[in-house]
Write a protein that binds this ligand. Structure first.
Ligand SMILES: Nc1nc2c(c(=O)[nH]1)N[C@H]1C(S)=C(S)[C@@H](COP(=O)(O)O)O[C@H]1N2
Ligand SMILES: [Mo]
Length: 414
């Protein structure tokens, strides 16, 4: 037996002898609390009946999405995914963030068809029934709004829960028909370099996508996490454009027009576009950059007692897979590599975890993600320097959560 084992064994015996609180905080059962001596109340009457569609528990107020309404345009705003109250990597459909520019339209699917026209051999209309006859494919992917985390541009750290700062990202298994397959059916002409995607909501959202991406991995999604799309997420069909900014993932699809050029719509140019310090705007900043955030511990939470504490969070990149996540508990002075939970998927949320022991001391928690192309998440100072003071979108800076001696967690800049 090695000295180390002997030491641990002696320490264990000592703790057990003292009846000391274990590092986990588990409580010690008295004799009349052991399983053999207790009859649970739930054994005494039958449980509640079946339901046609399961609902979340109603005796609690969380997890819920928070809603931020834009005060000017009706139905313009967001609802945030409560990242700090969720685990794993798949967002339940009722908690997937939402971004609408003019409310959720009610589309009659029996009258609906997706039109494909423009620089094609033929103009085609695909009803929902016709789309369902095509080969289906599924992809687990995140969608992130280009405006996610823009609070990190503010002068002072916003004190809000993690999901209220970073929750315009969610991840689901999307199933539908390859857009490339549908474009082939219509026959793209040689001069077709872009597709112009129009939607049916009152906001009149139109965007342009390069034909290479449209023919590559884009899905006309009909299902989200196995069930037909909900109205909020684009019923009857939306685009899933893996790894690219939220806005191009057009909901309530109307038509796709093949063109030799982008249409330069408001959503191609003004929205989701960053203005550099020299007054020149970024164009087509499609790919979401490598990013991560610690979801637990995070602001609003208070650590309950010293000892073992798992640090856990989410990492993602529009550029392939997450290759590594490092965690600091001292504001970036030193870093340790976190474990990545399997499976690590291309353009999907990746869960990371690191065991930690908290000893009633001040700590500043940070996570730093790397992707397979070698991109690294920048510090806030680096990002501000690079993007200048006009920037509002695409903030992928490292976030810092401070843990006070009391265990209270808050948002800080370091
Ligand atoms: N037709 C239409 N598509 C849209 C939008 C919209 O307002 N109308 N919002 C876009 C934006 S900015 C984002 S971030 C994503 C959000 O998708 P979700 O609401 O399913 O999370 O949808 C995109 N697709
Ligand atoms: Mo967005």
């Amino acid at each position: 037996m090695s000295d180390g084992n002997d030491y641990n064994r002696r320490k264990f015996i000592k703790n057990a002898a003292l009846g000391a609180a274990l590092a986990s905080g588990a409580s010690k059962l008295s004799a009349d609390e052991t399983p053999a001596s207790v009859i649970p109340d739930s054994w005494k009457k039958p449980g509640s009946p079946f339901s046609n569609y399961g609902q979340p528990r109603t005796d609690r107020s969380s997890p819920i999405r928070w809603i931020s309404n834009n005060q000017v345009v009706p139905g313009d705003g967001v609802s945030w995914s409560p990242l700090h109250e969720l685990e794993g990597t798949i967002t339940p459909n009722g908690l997937h963030f939402e971004r609408h520019h003019n409310g959720v339209p009610d589309i009659d699917a029996s009258q609906w068809e997706l039109k494909i026209a423009g620089l094609t051999q033929r103009a085609l209309g695909f009803s929902l029934d016709v789309l369902r006859r095509f080969p289906m494919r599924s992809k687990v992917a995140f969608i992130e709004c280009g405006g996610n985390s823009n609070a990190i541009y503010r002068r002072n750290p916003v004190q809000a829960a993690c999901g209220y700062i970073h929750g315009l990202v969610s991840c689901a298994e999307w199933t539908g028909v390859s857009l490339g397959r549908l474009l082939e059916e219509a026959g793209v002409q040689r001069s077709g370099k872009w597709v112009i995607v129009d939607s049916l909501d009152a906001a009149g959202v139109t965007i342009s996508l390069p034909i290479e991406k449209a023919m590559d991995d884009v899905i006309v999604a009909l299902y989200q996490n196995g069930e037909p799309l909900r109205s909020e997420h684009g019923y009857p069909a939306r685009l899933l454009v893996p790894g690219w900014e939220g806005i191009v993932n057009i909901k309530w699809l109307g038509s796709i027009t093949v063109s030799d050029r982008p249409v330069m719509s408001k959503f191609d140019t003004v929205s989701y576009t960053d203005l550099h310090a020299n007054g020149i705007a970024e164009r087509f900043s499609f790919e979401m950059k490598v990013k991560s955030v610690i979801t637990s511990p995070s602001p609003g939470q208070t650590l309950k007692g010293t000892g073992f504490q798992e640090i856990s969070g989410l990492a993602w990149t529009g550029n392939g897979m997450i290759s590594r996540v490092e965690v600091s508990t001292d504001g970036g002075a030193s870093w340790r590599e976190a474990a990545l939970q399997e499976p690590v998927l291309n353009k999907a949320l990746t869960r990371f975890r690191l065991p930690w022991s908290w000893e009633n001391t001040n700590a500043v928690l940070q996570s730093r993600a790397y992707d397979q192309s070698g991109n690294v998440q920048p510090t806030r100072a680096m990002l501000l320097k690079q993007k200048g003071s006009n920037a509002y979108y695409h903030n992928n800076a490292i976030t810092s959560w401070a843990v006070a001696e009391t265990g209270a967690v808050s948002h800080v800049y370091v």
